[in-house]
Design a binder for this molecule. Structure first.
Ligand code: THU
Length: 160
């Protein structure tokens, strides 16, 4: 038997002040998007903002539905719209802001597995990493240099 170890590298920043202006701006867009989320069932609001190579910032938020599985996460709302509108642009980075309306969310909230898989589709397609910055509604910010970094054992088109 052979044991394999998979590493995931995350950079942690104590505050947005430690990050460059363009990242602060992107996270600001994610915060603004979060406040417009439609999340009456979970009361957990998520905003995602992504920056494209043409300079456009596309944001989205979670859209819940009375038929629960019909809802969609913020990250997928944003990335599906971005790729449907600008199929030839590269996605440079995404910022995510997430939190409950009941309690403080001050730890970084990473994208769910389904969103990692959806984001990975575009990272594979464009063949350049999509950087990710994620946080709660306040507190530290986590950074991953790519989606691949947070999605080990990927299922992708190479196996089809
Ligand atoms: N949610 C997101 O928008 N993104 C994620 O990556 C995780 C979860 C949403 C889905 C649902 O509306 C709420 O958060 C609670 O799960």
């Amino acid at each position: 038997m052979k044991k394999l170890k998979i590493e995931c590298h995350i950079n942690a920043f104590e505050s947005l002040d430690e990050l460059p202006k363009n990242i602060q701006e992107l996270m600001h867009n994610a915060h603004v998007a979060r406040l417009k989320a439609h999340a009456p069932y979970s009361n957990f609001l998520v905003g995602a903002a992504l920056e494209l190579s043409n300079g456009e910032i596309i944001s989205g938020n979670n859209q819940e539905n009375a038929a629960y599985p019909s809802g969609l996460c913020a990250e997928r709302t944003a990335v599906f719209y971005a790729h449907s509108k600008y199929p030839n642009e590269t996605i440079l980075r995404m910022a995510i802001s997430a939190g409950s309306t009941y309690k403080k969310t001050s730890t970084p909230i990473p994208p769910c597995g389904g969103c990692r898989q959806a984001l990975m589709e575009y990272e594979t397609l464009q063949d350049t990493p999509i950087e990710l910055y994620f946080m709660g509604t306040e507190g530290p910010i986590a950074h991953s240099a790519s989606i691949e970094n947070i999605l080990p054992l990927i299922f992708d088109k190479s196996v089809l």
